[in-house]
Design a protein around this ligand. Sequence first.
Ligand code: HEM
Length: 449
Amino acid sequence: MAAIRQKTTAFLLTEPHISHTEGMTLPNRAAVSRREYLKAAVAVGGTAGLAACMEELDADEPIPTGGDSLPDRQHAWNDTLAVDDGNDIPPKHHVLRYVNLTEGVGPADAREPFADALASFTDAIAWGPEGLLFTVGYSPAYFDRFDESLPESVDLPAPRELPGPESDVTLDEVDLVVHLASDRPDILLVAEEGLFGERAEVNGVELPDLDGLFAFPEYDRRTGFVGAGLPADNQDIRGISGEPVPEEAPFFMGFRSGFAESQPTEDRVTLTEGPFAGGTTQHAETLDIQLNAWFSQENHHQRVAKMFSPEHAREEMIEGVGENLGSATGVVPEAMEDLVDKARDEGVVGHAQKAAAAREDGEPIILRRDFNTTDEEQAGLHFVSLQQAIEDFVTTRNAMTGEAIAEGSGVGPRVNNGILQYVFVRNRGNFLVPPRELQSMPTPTGTIE
Ligand code: HEM
C-alpha cells in the first residue's frame, strides 16, 4: 500500500503559489485547437495559465457578478446547470485543490479569514457554470486533530483499498479539498489565484489575505474537463495512437454518462440528521484509463457490452456515443438481477448493469460529478461522487468490482468484467462537505465558537 499521508512541501502562501502541474507546459498555440489550448491552460495553472486563458478568451468579457443569496447546501449545483434531454450538463472545467493547514495553524485561526474569502468569492462571482461553483470538503485526517469525534450521523472513514484487483492506491489524507468548477477556464484560474495565490480582488470585491494559513502537498492540484469535443481534442497524450476518441464524446471512453435516470437527486445524497444536516460526503478518486487498449482491442459492439450490458450490444441500443438514449441507459431491473448467472451465460457483464445493481428503491445512491483528465500526460478520470454515507460509495464500488461474478463465472476479476480491464485506481480520498454555514473549518460537533 502506498504512503498514507502525502508528503507535504512547506509551500506557504508567502510564496506566490498557484502550483503548476509538474512538468506541464503550454502547447504551441498554432498547433492546437482553441478547446485544447484552454484545457491545457487550466492544467498548467498559475499566472502563465491564466495569462494564456485571458489572451485566448475575449479578455474584456466580464466575469458575471455574484451577490445573490446562495443555497444552504454547498453541493446544490444542479439548479444552475443547463439541461439537455432531461440530463444535467456538468460545468466544462474542473480543478481539485488539495490543501493542508500549515503546521502550527489551527482550524480556529483559519476559520474567519477562510470564511471571509469564500464569502467574498460568492459576492464577486455568480454562482453557476457561467461563473463559479465550488465545494469545500474536509477529510477524516482533518477531524482527527480534535478531541471530539464526528457524530454517528456522519459516515466518514479513512480511505482504504477496497476488495478486488487493486494495488498501489495512494490514500489521500490531506486536510481539505476544494472542488472548483466553471465553464470558463479563466474564472477557475482567477478563483485559484484568489484563494491560494496573490490576487487581492475580483470584480471590485476585496479578497482577504490568507497568507501562511495553508500548506500544499506535493501533488496538490488535479484538473480536468468534461463535455462533447473536449476529450477528442485532448487525446494527443502518452500511449495513445491515432485519434480513437469520437468528436461527440463527452468522456474519454467514448460514451455519454450521467443520464438523469442513473443519477440520484441532490436530496437523496444529503445528510438529513445531526449537526451536518444539509451537507453530504464526497469521495474523490483518480482512475488511469488504458485508452489505447480500450479502442484497439475492442470494437463498438464489445465496448457497448462492457460499458452497458451484453443486451445493449445485441439489441444495438447504443448509436455512437449514446445520444439516442435520451435520459436513461435502458438498464432495466431484470438486467441487474442474477448477475452471476448472466455472466455465466453471456461471458461478459456490463459496467452500467453492475453499478445499477447498487440502486436502492430504483434510485442510484451516489451522485457522480466526475471529469476527464490528462494530468501527468495520462488519460484518466477524476471520479468525484457525493453520497449520504461513504458506505454508499463502497457498496456501489463493490457492485462495480463484481467479486461474486468473478468467482462464480468464467468472467475474470478484470477481463470481461465491465470496464475493469481498462481502469486502474491511482488515489482516493474521503471528505465531508458540510452545509454552507459550516464550510469554513468546522469542528466535529458542528458548533463554531
Ligand atoms: C473511467 C471510469 C468510468 C467510466 C468511463 C464510467 C462510465 C459510465 C457510463 C458510460 C455509465 C452509463 C451511463 C450513465 O452514467 O448514466 C456509467 C454508469 C454508472 N457508473 Fe460509471 N464509469 C466509470 C467509473 C465508475 C466508478 C469508479 C463508479 C463508482 C463506483 C461508477 C459508478 C457508476 C454508477 C453508479 C452508474 C449508474 C448506474 C445506474 O444506472 O444506476 N462508475 N458509468
